[in-house]
Ligand binder design. Structure first.
Ligand SMILES: NC(=O)c1ccc[n+]([C@@H]2O[C@H](COP(=O)([O-])OP(=O)(O)OC[C@H]3O[C@@H](n4cnc5c(N)ncnc54)[C@H](O)[C@@H]3O)[C@@H](O)[C@H]2O)c1
Length: 381
């Protein structure tokens, strides 16, 4: 449950693009728990509307949903015409590194063009604030094993990372002219875990690209074994080290970013501000790294099962260690992560074991839990 208190702006809505997806649905839930009025647009290319239905049931708050591609400016304009938005949180995008190497144009079009059109709609409707889902992939294959600060050299090494860098640049460029515009560009490290209810979680439509969902699917028998790419890196046990962040901590990071933008807007009181004070960049990670074998061990403990795995050759382009320095977000956003790796794994496992088929074919237990939430509160619009 959210620890971060975020104040809704009276009478205003938050637009969440890609809100039916993994990080989006958790953020919508935390926004609802904090009393915000939220509207979602999503083209459901990697999600299902059921995630939002569950968010409504858990929170007791209605979330208007529009089936809309952010690149469809006419449809998006209709949503902007209908609601008075105070801010946009922009999750809508494609996120598979592997797929982006096969279809780079698709990634540029969706992630960059989608961001450009969204920002144009914001400007045309005088919406000032955006929080953008960026990524640690912008740092590419870092030369250092030290925690990465926001001013580390950028050098994405795949089309996905390039599309995220270009999307950051689109926002920055547009906001040079749009002097009322403010943005928080949040560079996520490795979000994992799920809401503590285990009723929403990561639900990949295809073969998972990331470690945790793959491990979870292996544990429920959907995948035979996990491939561990390389065990000869200069790390504690030779396997790659990454900074895993609980998705609820990450969702809170978005609330903290909104709070920062609101405070800045109030403090400025209509005065002009330089671009650097209006486009803010933050790393979203814990500052602590775990190796692949450590994550496997944590999942074994969380599930009471054993993850079958095989060590295979290193993958081209994989770094030994990628860990965030979250000091800037700690200081300026007052955002601190709360969850340990064992809690992240326990929550990921609760979601996976309660929902082995994702959002389809809900188990008896899930249906009962949803009924109990419905009894607790009717969904208000
Ligand atoms: N999960 C990660 O490891 C990670 C790490 C860093 C950054 N990110 C970024 O965070 C964002 C959310 O990631 P996620 O893990 O929740 O992914 P996700 O695929 O679960 O969510 C993305 C959502 O956006 C929707 N979408 C995609 N293109 C769209 C479009 N053109 N119009 C409307 N909706 C569209 C999808 O249907 C999906 O619901 C993405 O932009 C991703 O690049 C994710």
């Amino acid at each position: 449950m959210s620890s971060f208190v975020s104040h809704p702006v009276e009478g205003k809505y938050i637009l969440v693009t890609g809100g039916a997806g993994y990080i989006g649905s958790h953020t919508v839930l935390e926004l609802c728990r904090n009393g915000h009025s939220v509207v979602v647009v999503d083209n459901l290319c990697n999600s299902v509307e059921e995630s939002l239905k569950r968010v409504e049931i858990i929170s007791g708050k209605g979330v208007p949903f529009y089936f809309c591609d952010v690149r469809d400016k006419d449809e998006l304009n209709k949503v902007f015409d209908k609601y008075d938005f105070w801010a946009v949180i922009h999750f809508a995008g494609l996120k598979s590194v592997f797929e982006s190497c096969k279809y780079p144009e698709r990634y540029m079009n969706n992630n960059v063009e989608g961001t450009r059109i969204l920002v144009e709609c914001m400007i045309e409707h005088n919406v000032h604030n955006i929080v953008f889902s960026s990524s640690a992939t912008l740092y590419g294959n870092p030369k250092t094993m030290d925690p990465l600060t926001e001013d580390c050299e950028l050098g994405p090494i795949n089309p996905y990372g390039e599309s995220k860098l270009k999307a950051e640049q689109v926002i920055t460029e547009k906001f040079k002219e749009y002097e009322d515009g403010q943005a928080c560009l949040l560079r996520y490290f490795n979000p994992i875990g799920a809401d503590v209810t285990g009723l929403i979680g990561e639900n990949p439509k295809d073969i998972p690209n990331n470690l945790l969902p793959y491990v979870c699917q292996t544990l429920v028998g959907k995948r035979k074994f996990l491939r561990v790419y390389g065990n000869n890196y200069p790390t504690r046990d030779g396997t790659g080290v990454r900074d895993y962040v609980h998705v609820v901590d990450l969702a809170d990071g978005h609330l903290a970013a909104l709070e920062k933008l609101r405070e800045n807007e109030e403090n400025r009181n209509g005065a002009k501000a330089p671009l650097n004070d209006r486009v803010l960049i933050y790393n979203m990670g814990t500052g602590t790294g775990y190796s692949v074998l450590e994550v496997i061990d944590s999942m074994n403990k969380a599930s009471g099962k054993i993850v079958p795995y095989k060590i295979v050759d290193r993958r081209k382009g994989d770094a030994a260690q990628v860990v965030a320095c979250p000091a800037k977000a700690n200081k300026e956003l007052k955002w601190y992560t709360r969850y340990s790796i064992s809690e992240m794994c326990a929550d990921a496992w609760r979601w996976q074991s309660q929902n082995p088929d994702g959002y389809s074919k809900p188990s008896k237990k899930v249906l009962e839990m949803l009924e109990n939430f419905k009894k607790e509160h009717a969904v208000s619009q």
